[in-house]
Design a protein around this ligand. Structure first.
Ligand code: GUN
Length: 281
């Protein structure tokens, strides 16, 4: 059984990205990311701090704009429009969730698709589905990169994605399909879930429920990717019962140290790409 070490893989990729950033800087291009955080959600504050730190590590200029939870939607939208016009800003990320009264859909749609480093804009999602060049949502993109670096096969495999969110499940299914997997997407209305997950050669779980997948739901030899980040009294744990499932899987991602570090690394990769495209290099 192989542990898919997202932390180590992310570190390796970040080394490669640092070299890319330096090469761009030598050409006078300084990749930059602006993060907007509205309100005081504690988990979001941690995520945003981690993003700042990761940018710093590879030499990306990062700026975080913190706004009070009372911020009006119109104010936020006009700030995004201003950043869209600023040539020194290559990537824009608005941390979700947003306070009540602000439409996530409107906010996401206002970010220029050229600066949409989260890959959440309808144009990015459409391009992904059509197999066109565009920004890919960081978590699914990070999972694909992890599978690629461990040389795990995708083409022709039975891939089952549990969860159908816009951020993970849907783009995950699209990326696996683009790599020629046979893809099934399960969700809260799926009947006989265990029967479906037991068919998977590659099982991706993104439901946000602690220990949701036990060994009885996993085919012996399957590759299991755990996207869950659940805060429990015992610390952070995933959606997969790790100690059980590691006994049947051929490979599995741990939580923490699996998908999480890859996600943030792909945000860096997307930001560098945005900078390169903005400057046509
Ligand atoms: N909140 C939780 N995950 C994410 C993410 O990947 N991007 C943004 N913008 N907000 C999030």
């Amino acid at each position: 059984m192989q542990i898919l070490d997202g932390k180590a893989t992310a570190k390796q990729i970040q080394g490669e990205l640092s070299a890319e950033v330096q090469a761009l800087k030598d050409k006078g291009i300084h990749p930059s990311l602006t993060v907007i955080l509205v309100g005081d959600d504690p988990a979001s504050q941690v995520y945003v701090r981690n993003k700042e730190r990761a940018c710093q590590k590879v030499g990306i200029e990062s700026r975080t704009i913190r706004l009070p939870k009372e911020t009006q939607e119109a104010e936020l939208l006009s700030l995004i429009e201003k950043l869209n016009r600023d040539p020194d800003v290559h990537g824009i990320l608005v941390q979700l969730p947003l306070p009540e009264g602000i439409s996530e859909e409107k906010v996401i749609c206002t970010i220029s698709p050229e600066k949409d480093v989260d890959g959440f804009h309808p144009v990015s999602m459409g391009r992904l589905l059509l197999g066109q060049d565009g920004f890919r949502s960081c978590t699914p993109y990070g999972i694909m990169e992890l599978l690629r670096r461990y040389q795990l096969p995708i083409a022709g495999q039975e891939a089952v994605v549990v969860g159908r969110s816009n951020i993970v499940g849907k783009p995950m299914a699209a990326l696996l399909l683009a790599e020629n997997a046979t893809v099934t997407v399960c969700h809260s209305r799926t009947r006989n879930l265990g029967e479906v997950t037991r068919r998977a050669d590659l099982l991706v779980v993104a439901v946000g429920k602690e220990n949701f997948v036990g060994r009885e739901m996993v085919k012996p030899g399957a590759v299991v990717i755990d996207v869950g980040i659940n805060r429990t009294e015992a610390g952070i744990c995933g959606d997969v019962n790790f100690s059980e499932v590691k006994e049947v899987a051929s490979a599995i991602t741990p939580v923490p140290g699996g998908v999480g570090p890859m996600t943030i690394t792909m945000l860096l990769a997307n930001t560098i790409r945005a900078a390169r495209r903005a400057c046509s290099v």
